[in-house]
Design a protein around this ligand. Structure first.
Ligand SMILES: Cc1cc2nc3c(=O)[nH]c(=O)nc-3n(C[C@H](O)[C@H](O)[C@H](O)COP(=O)(O)O)c2cc1C
Length: 220
């Protein structure tokens, strides 16, 4: 994939990579950009209810591949041959100390002019957390935020000329156990393998397929 391309072209050019060339790494600048894309992703109320594990070594990728056995073994070579594999995790709880941490960061970053603004911001965010928590949907809500980071990452990687494979086909329970996520208040949601496609990537030669605009978009 070459760059730079207008974003309207990137969405046509990017394709899920089905096979990676082992040993083809990202440049240090690309690796740094991947981290920044994840960190800078937007989230509802700026709650940032996520954590990202990045495996760059064989040992690290092997740990992620704990979730790629049995029915999911078709994704194992993608994980092991990619340059970097990211485990995108959602927070299972947003307790008071975490909410205070986010609030303190916003204060430090100069977004909250005074104590009244601080209290208001805190209460709004807490209201969302309570609303979703009350119906037992907090993880559903935090996972939806994680998918925004996924979208940013897929588009950002493509723009940088990095090939990617989003992976929902993995045993999340196995990955959670391998990384000790429950004790960290986290749940694995989706993986992304990053690197450079190999000649075995059959998807590269296939045309993209999407439903017609008239079926998915309605003008009001
Ligand atoms: C959330 C998500 C999960 C996916 N999981 C897998 C997966 O486990 N294995 C795989 O080979 N492709 C996976 N895909 C790739 C999709 O099949 C692919 O995005 C879709 O067919 C559209 O093709 P394109 O990405 O080449 O445009 C996933 C895509 C998304 C967005």
């Amino acid at each position: 994939m070459t760059r730079p391309l207008p974003i309207a072209d990137v969405v046509h050019q990017r394709k899920t990579t089905k096979a990676f060339e082992l040993g083809q790494g990202l440049t240090p600048e690309q690796s740094a950009a991947v981290r920044e894309i994840l960190r800078m992703s937007p989230s509802s109320t700026n709650a940032q209810p996520w954590h990202f594990f990045i495996a760059t070594t064989d040992a690290g990728k092997r740990r992620v591949a704990a979730g790629a056995s049995g029915n999911f073994s078709y994704n194992e070579p993608k994980i092991m041959n990619a340059a970097e594999v990211i485990v995108l995790c959602a927070r299972t709880a947003l307790d008071e100390s975490y909410l205070q941490q986010v609030l303190d960061q916003e204060t430090q970053d100069g977004r909250l002019a005074n104590e009244e603004a601080r209290i208001n911001q805190h209460n709004v965010r807490k209201g969302y957390v309570q609303k979703h928590g009350a119906t037992g949907n907090l993880l559903n809500w935090t996972a939806r935020q994680v998918y925004i980071a996924l979208g940013f990452l897929l588009l950002g990687a493509a723009e940088m000329g990095v090939d990617a494979c989003p992976i929902e086909g993995f045993d999340d329970t196995a990955v959670d156990a391998e990384l000790g996520l429950a004790a960290k208040g986290l749940k694995s949601v989706v993986l992304v393998a990053l690197g450079h496609r190999s000649d075995a990537d059959f998807n590269a030669a296939l045309p993209k397929s999407r439903l017609a605009e008239s079926l998915v978009i309605t003008d009001l």
